[in-house]
Write a protein that binds this ligand. Structure first.
Ligand code: TPP
Length: 279
């Protein structure tokens, strides 16, 4: 990837992170940690990969994305707003009664392809979409993003078995391997390791990716395109709370909103990063 494109993507990801902080601060609740770990991946998908049209969010041949770890809705909403599906102003009323953007993704929101939030269910819905693509001989891809804590859910492995059985090669499941879940390290709570080997054993094509390096993201997404006859699992190594210094790798920031001082510090850090990228 050329340096200019990379800088543009980095700047976009930074703006999306600012939207995550803005949304959770104004909501006084929500999940900043796991949202911040997927911003680069969402940036690449929505700005460099997926075939979508903000003016026609329901077009039949669009690529789909199901945020299976639905609690990270602030990242998806911020990405969709940045991409033009709805005004950025909406982020400020995240989780407010009657507002467009509720705490977990809802299919009525422009650009959201599936409601989610009950962990384990999103990947199953994505399997259904990928099966439909196969039956219709349609060319669209179905991306789904799972948490590494989420894959402790049994339903994920039923879906994994199903996807391999039906050779759902339009399905790309991205596992956000930030190492933490709601109240501790995944390896302490109920270890799903070794994650790549488990997907391989279920018959998937497995790719490893650095979630914060756009060259690595591009290489992984390009490899995913070449796979025939198997679903693809991308295991992305990521940092929970990425790019907000006091949130990085801190389990306490799984489901907590920043207070005003924390909001100001987070925004100052991200603004400084953006200025450098745009300078
Ligand atoms: C079926 C179900 N059980 C429990 C929860 C509550 N919950 C929300 S987030 C979470 C932890 C998820 O951890 P992980 O998938 O690693 O998310 P990340 O660290 O990426 O935010 C839990 C248990 C839920 N949303 N759904």
């Amino acid at each position: 990837m050329d340096e200019m494109t990379k800088k543009q993507l980095q700047a976009t990801a930074c703006r999306i992170r600012m939207g995550v902080v803005e949304g959770t601060y104004n909501a006084k609740s929500g999940h900043p940690g796991g949202s911040l770990s997927i911003c680069d991946t969402l940036t690449y998908l929505y700005f460099a990969k997926m075939y979508v049209d903000p003016k026609n969010p329901d077009m039949a041949d669009r690529d789909r994305l199901v945020l299976s770890k639905g609690h990270c809705a602030p990242a998806l909403y911020s990405t969709l707003a940045e991409r033009g599906f709805f005004p950025k102003e909406e982020l400020k009323s995240l989780r407010h009664i009657g507002a467009l953007l509720q705490g977990h993704p809802c299919i009525h929101i422009p650009g959201v392809d599936m409601s989610s939030g009950s962990l384990g269910q999103g990947i199953s819905a994505a399997c259904g979409m990928a099966l439909a693509a196969k039956m219709d001989n349609a060319a669209y891809k179905v991306y789904t993003i799972l948490g590494d804590g989420e894959i402790e859910e049994g339903q994920v492995w039923e879906a994994a078995m199903f996807a391999a059985h039906y050779q759902l090669d339009s399905l790309v499941a991205i596992v956000d391997n930030n190492g933490l879940q709601i109240d501790g390290k995944i390896t302490d709570v109920c270890s799903p390791e070794p994650i790549p080997e488990k997907f391989e054993a279920f018959g998937w094509h497995v790719i490893r990716m650095d979630a914060h390096d756009f060259d690595s993201i591009e290489a992984a997404m390009q490899e995913a395109e070449t796979v025939v006859g198997k679903p693809v699992a991308i295991i992305q190594k990521s940092v929970k709370g990425k790019d907000v210094s006091f949130m990085e790798n801190q389990v306490g920031w799984h489901g907590k909103a920043p207070n005003q001082a924390e909001y100001e510090q987070a925004m100052a850090e991200l603004s400084a990063q953006l200025k450098e990228l745009e300078g």
